[in-house]
Design a protein around this ligand. Sequence first.
Ligand code: F6R
Length: 617
Amino acid sequence: MCGITGYIGYRDAYPIIINGLQRLEYRGYDSAGIVLYDGNDIVLSKTKGKVSDLLEKAAKEISPKGNLGIGHTRWATHGVPNDVNSHPHTSQSGNLVIVHNGIIENYDTLKKELINRGYSFKSDTDTEVLINLIEEVQKENDVKLGKAVQIALNQVIGAYAIAVFDKNKPDEIVVARLGSPIAIGIGKDKKEFFVASDASPFIEYTKEAIYLEDEEMAIIRVGKKVKIRKIHDDSLVDASVQKLQMNLEQIEKGGYEHFMLKEIYEQPRAITDTYRGRLLREDGIIKMMGVEDNMKKFLNADRIIIVACGTSWHAGLVAEYIFEDLARIPVEVEYASEFRYRNPVITENDIIIAISQSGETADTLAAIKLAKSRGAFVFGVCNVVGSSIARETHAGAYTHAGPEIGVASTKAFTTQITVLSLIALRLARAKGTVSSSDYRYYLQELELIPEKVKMALTSDDHIKKISEIYKDATNFLYLGRGYNFPVALEGALKLKEISYIHAEGYPAAEMKHGPIALIDENMPIVVIATSKGHYEKVVSNIQEIKSRSGQIIAVVTEGDVQVKEIADHVIEIPETNEGFTPLLTTIPLQLLSYHIAVMRNCNVDQPRNLAKSVTVE
Ligand code: F6R
């Protein structure tokens, strides 16, 4: 939700923190700030706006000196985005500084108590309450900063990742986590340490990191081993140092104008990485340890319940078709945010599949915890290695898409569908619900998908021309049937979130039950009309639209004749079996939304009001 960075060591902290904030801007970008200890005092600059605005402001306000500092890029929860509400926040005395990602739910009660004790507040944030609570605890108990943070956090209800330091003790940073991620990068010989919401801000400095677990806090001092404790019971924790796999190239734009475009074009590689070592076509097998180790559970399951949000939920909807079609297992797909609050019927014979790119989505995490508490087996499909959801689930499979930085999900979606297809096929084989010849055909087709995605990407220029025609539309409809109904939803979501054009996805046949009333000559309608599945039915739907003067942009299988005659524009994709078409039909819809957003001068990678990982409810 928000991004945190910090540095303590021998280098200038300023450029490390600013670069780090730029890499974390995908997490939130409505305000940004930095505080440094310059050898004598703290210097602080913060502003509403992006990190680029902070750079301008900081250049006028502070001297970028000092080897200790923390920074923040914000996605507002408490208090509108403005300079005062931006982080870092200082305590009343001005001694303590904090950056925070998360929400303190009982901040109002704590604030009233602090006001009664003489504190006053400059901002509307819950974070300023927390730093003053830490200060009050420190004063009252005469304890060191680490202990004060621990006592204060034991009074807090909510979620947090925080980094705090005290200008009177500028040799340490205290960090803590509950529900929001925080990583500590360990420099060579412990001469320097980095703090960040993910490892991207420090990847060029170190490949060694500790990821704090929930309810853990750490005291970071140069030259010392990082000391980690449980916040609630004070027990010491053995830090597990992880080797980072990420490299700098993966988190840079690599010549593309936007991360989103780079990530769209990365899909052939990403899908290959997803099935590498799992789809062994020559041996005729699919091998996924998370599934093999739990095969009995999968085979005995009464049903699968998929929980997810947003694009990941759309991937779940595609999976519903695949699992039911191939493996004949009943599937329900739930918005995690609804599931967690509606007292769902869950039994020990249910399998929950939680899908999440970030692995940090608060609602999905809460849905997992609920399902676990009712005895269900929970399987995770995540992209971010070591994320909260990956750790909270009983077993799982990573998508291996690589870092996704554009806020609009693209390669995460297609790689999630790839993983879910592999699982469905593996279970289908084990259950005997597909013949061995069909099974071999599916393996072969799946292996060909990356090449076919490459072919689908060659329509980019053609899609750009179509985008030019419709960039000023105020509404769009997206229609699809069967496996491509969820793709219609996903296409509409992509357009909405990055171009701010209202768009709705519908099952094509539902159109005549209401949305058809919207159709006139100003309404562009994207219809997925691939040759397999319900082709003739979709052709009839297109005719219904045409006779009401709607503008049709059709995604068709190459060689199509019928739709070409009636649609205003067609975009071709290569042929594949019906179940894998979402992996191809999605590509033109991603490109369409991308080009329209660019033409409307929208900030494609950082659309307004959004953040990459939604770690609050
Ligand atoms: C849309 C998008 C969001 C996410 C949703 C779930 O492009 O990115 O709808 O899909 O917030 O996020 P994860 O997959 O990280 O749980």
